[in-house]
Design a protein. Structure first.
Length: 205
């Protein structure tokens, strides 16, 4: 009986240990998420728009507490109840969709007794794919700068499914610091976006 209990204890210990990554481990991830975005300047924020994101990531572990994560994300941003002017000079209320290919570079701090929780932070660069108004379907891509730079912050938890597969839930926010418009006579207008993401991680060894 003692031998059986010892064997079970060792098995559980080995199983738990596989959930905590070590130096040199690499995790790949895939996720989808629900976006909540807007734009703002020093005086006012626009109405919130909703969209989604689809992303992939590669996470390199320096220890069981720290890693560096590189993401590649298709990001839907924008705002609602903006204005567009037609060729006759009339203004119409419309929503704006702005789509980016976003590349965040995040430092990850893993915490908790099994290091399943993580806090991530770092800069991101967004590359403009296209922009349009929803009411008329007008392509307004040329009005926007081709890149968007800012800071990202997120928190999440990973739930082990097997020794090499984890399900994760993540809340992430992005705050832009660069002006999104090519021509702007007023204060700088920046993007902001928050998202709730769900995905899977694969451990490569």
């Amino acid at each position: 009986m003692k031998r059986l209990l010892l064997a079970v204890g060792l098995t559980l210990g080995l199983t738990v240990s596989t959930f905590s990554q070590k130096k040199g481990d690499v995790e790949f991830g895939l996720n989808v998420g629900f976006n909540n975005s807007t734009i703002s300047n020093s005086d006012i924020s626009a109405d919130t728009a909703f969209g989604f994101n689809v992303g992939g990531s590669m996470d390199y572990y320096f220890s069981n507490r720290w890693s560096m994560k590189l993401k590649l994300v298709y990001d839907q941003k924008g705002w609602d109840n903006g204005f567009i002017e037609d060729s006759n000079g009339f203004d119409y209320i419309t929503d704006f969709n702005i789509n980016y290919l976003t590349v965040p570079v995040m430092a990850n701090w893993h915490f908790g007794s099994k290091r399943n929780w993580f806090l991530e932070f770092g800069p991101y660069m967004g590359f403009l794919m296209n922009a349009e108004d929803v009411r008329f379907g007008t392509d307004v891509t040329d009005s926007f700068n081709t890149t968007d730079f800012g800071l990202a912050l997120g928190i999440g938890v990973k739930i082990p499914v097997s020794d090499k597969l984890k399900l994760f839930f993540e809340y992430e926010g992005q705050s832009g610091v660069s002006d999104i418009f090519k021509v702007n006579e007023f204060s700088r207008v920046t993007n902001s976006r928050s998202s709730f993401n769900i995905g899977i991680n694969f451990l490569m060894q």
